[in-house]
Design a protein around this ligand. Structure first.
Ligand code: RP5
Length: 163
């Protein structure tokens, strides 16, 4: 299992690292790159071409401001592309959200929440789980653990405010 994570700037790193951590915790091989669609377009295209042929299964792409990166990656691959709009500008990520989510028909980008890099990782895992049964089972087990933890929290709140 291999995922490519691309960000537009090193200033994005702290918002992208949670995705890398989640993927690595699940044993996924992660290629991490900083390749801006605007500032490094030739290097970006070269990396996409490489990833298209090396067993990469999903791209996670994160950028802020006029975030062209997810769409530009999507235009050069038929692998699934997940876009993470990032905050940081005076528009607080709404600019990036609109840039990432409003793709023309035929070139989709699966867009998660502003700064939602963890969910980008989980979505990538779920996409790969379609063809990796052991990964699917681990995701199911972890959902059960999540539910148990949520129900424990409910029990504690219920007890604390018992009539
Ligand atoms: C975007 O512009 C990057 O993804 C980053 O979020 C934003 C600002 O980049 P820097 O000026 O901090 O390098 O392309």
């Amino acid at each position: 299992m291999r995922v490519a994570v691309i960000m537009g700037s090193t200033s994005d790193l702290s918002k992208v690292e949670p995705a890398v951590t989640v993927l690595k915790d699940y044993g996924v091989k992660v290629d991490v790159r900083c390749l801006s669609a605007h500032r490094a377009h030739a290097g970006l295209s070269a990396f996409i071409e490489e990833a298209n042929g090396n067993g990469t299964e999903v791209f996670i792409t994160a950028a802020g401001m006029a975030a062209a990166l997810p769409g530009v990656v999507a235009s050069q691959t038929v692998l699934p592309v997940i876009g993470v709009p990032l905050s940081g500008s005076v528009l607080d990520g709404m600019d990036a959200l609109m840039s990432v989510v409003q793709m023309p028909p035929g070139i989709p980008v699966a867009t998660v929440a502003i700064n939602g890099s963890k969910n980008a990782a989980y979505l990538a895992l779920q996409i790969m789980a379609v063809s990796h049964p052991e990964l699917k089972q681990k995701l199911l087990d972890d959902r059960k653990a999540m539910e148990a933890s949520a129900m424990k929290a409910n029990a504690e709140v219920t007890e604390k405010f018992a009539l």
